[in-house]
Design a protein around this ligand. Structure first.
Ligand code: NAG
Ligand code: NAG
Ligand code: NAG
Length: 478
């Protein structure tokens, strides 16, 4: 706790950050992750068209969407979660985004156009495109890819409720964004969301088993699919206000947790997000429930001075949870803290963690501490966002960024011919601006090594909640 006090003083002493600049960059990152035919207004111009035939040999158009991280596979489970979080960011903080709002909306539409394709065949939901083993063996630009672009689908007989329900959540959340912008598109998204949710709920099972080794160990569903079903229903309730979704939530929602999973939130586990999202509906109905109870517990498990804190903090103040790509926890939990601070403020509740008061402004401060750490307020004085600040990661684990661009090297670089670039000590030739990497270790040190993917790989689900956080701090800098 002593260390935390030191950290606060340190942050105060540092220059404040340019949150607007970071927001712009956080969105550019999504352009760098685009798969498919790039649009005329593409700003990340060193990237070119790629994977233009995805699905076509199987008679279905699966062109588009995002590569999840530093490889070239389209993993629809984390992609859908990314889309839900981008949508949530815009729903809550779109008004703070200024000129970046249209780009944030584009980042959502790039995903939803693809998710509509992935759910266009009734009775099937595409869970992934690209053979992950073949892809991971190669160090290849997406523009050069020659590995099998196999599509993997779940069906009635081989279900995948987590991937399907997360896609339903993404489609429902995004439908709210497009309501005022493009009514027809919004209606299509919502109609599809209802259909896909129905499919996920009726044909229950984990895609772990149905698609097996093609999705797991890459994006295994460790936490099962029950959380995605509630999460999907919660977003459908938000989009429709229909009683059947509310009944579904109250009937199936988890009433008590036997483990610490109420504090988990990420592409696999939705519990904390569910409780925060539903708390808002509850507060506006002015009633108290287990959802609020567990959202409170989440806050108390994250607040550093709380007696029931369950996450850890590095000496420099970065939030840590077990598992790889740690920055995803920092951004996702900070996003929930920021939202919950607003709900607490609006409902004028004072939350206590034991004898510690968790005030609304304290929650904002903790979330801001995480964002500031990412942007450079840390012992190394480096930003973990590529292209932001004067010192940032140079050797991110990312195929497109680390190989020469198509403009500089138009000839094909075959699968294994990319390995010298992977192993080289040189900085990446293409700046993937806005990419936030997995981050330092829990002693605040960072090697900046391409090989060390746990720390040096960016992912779309690190950035998606960060987009909302940056928008908020852009308009509330102090
Ligand atoms: C999915 O597979 C992982 C790894 O084998 C396992 O830990 C997890 O429990 C499985 N999930 C489900 C829902 O079966
Ligand atoms: C709680 O709030 C929800 C959402 O506003 C409402 O639908 C529900 O009926 C309320 N429950 C009680 C017990 O008041
Ligand atoms: C709480 O709400 C009030 C009134 O809307 C606002 O002025 C204040 O800034 C809010 N505080 C926080 C910490 O959000």
């Amino acid at each position: 706790m002593k260390l935390f006090g030191v950290f606060l003083i340190m942050v105060k002493a540092m220059a404040s950050h340019n949150y607007g600049d970071a927001l712009t960059k956080s969105l550019l990152f999504f352009e760098g992750q685009r798969s498919g035919k790039l649009p005329p207004n593409q700003r990340v111009t060193w990237r070119k068209d790629s994977a233009l035939h995805d699905g076509l040999e199987f008679g279905v158009d699966l062109v588009g969407g995002y590569y999840d991280a530093g490889d070239n596979v389209k993993f629809n489970f984390p992609m859908a979660f990314t889309t839900t979080m981008l949508s949530w960011s815009v729903l809550e903080f779109g008004k703070d985004m200024g000129p970046d709002l249209p780009y944030a909306i584009d980042s959502i539409r790039w995903a939803t156009d693809y998710l509509l394709k992935a759910t266009s065949v009734p009775g099937f939901v595409f869970a992934q495109v690209g053979d992950p083993y073949a892809d991971h063996v190669c160090w290849e630009r997406p523009e050069d890819m020659d590995t099998p672009r196999t599509p993997y689908a779940v069906s009635k007989k081989f279900p995948g409720s987590e991937v399907s329900a997360e896609i339903a959540a993404a489609l429902a959340a995004s439908s709210i964004i497009f309501k005022a912008l493009d009514r027809g598109y919004s209606a299509r998204l919502l109609k599809r969301a209802r259909m896909v949710f129905e499919f996920a709920d009726t044909y229950r099972g984990s895609y772990n088993e149905s698609v097996g080794a093609w999705v797991c160990p890459f994006y295994c569903s460790y936490s099962g699919y029950e959380d995605e079903l509630i999460w999907g229903a919660a977003w459908l309730f938000k989009a429709t206000k229909a009683a059947n979704y509310w009944n579904y939530i109250t009937k199936n929602g988890i009433q008590s947790y036997s483990d610490g999973s109420f504090a988990e939130f990420g592409w696999d586990t939705k519990h904390a997000g569910i409780n925060v999202l539903i708390s808002k509906f509850m507060m506006s109905g002015n009633n108290y429930s287990n959802f609020i109870n567990y959202a409170d517990k989440l806050v108390c498990s994250v607040l550093p001075e709380s007696p029931s804190v369950s996450v850890s903090y590095s000496p420099g103040g970065l939030l840590f949870k077990p598992g790889g790509s740690n920055m995803q926890h920092s951004t996702a939990l900070s996003f929930l803290l920021l939202l919950y601070s607003r709900y607490l403020n609006q409902s004028k509740r004072l939350l206590h963690c034991g004898n510690v008061v968790a005030s609304s402004s304290r929650l904002v401060q903790v979330a801001k501490g995480q964002v500031d750490y990412i942007l450079g307020s840390n012992p190394l004085g480096m930003s973990y966002m590529v292209g932001y600040g004067s010192k940032f990661p140079q050797r991110i684990h990312h195929r497109a960024s680390s190989l020469p661009s198509m403009a500089d090297h138009p000839q094909r670089i075959a699968c294994s011919n990319g390995h010298p670039y992977f192993e080289s000590n040189n900085p990446n030739p293409n700046l993937l601006i806005g990419a936030v990497v997995g981050g330092p270790d829990n002693k605040d040190s960072y090697e900046d090594s391409r090989v060390d993917f746990v720390h040096s790989e960016p992912t779309t689900y690190i950035n998606a909640p960060l987009v909302g956080l940056l928008a908020y701090f852009k308009s509330h800098p102090s």
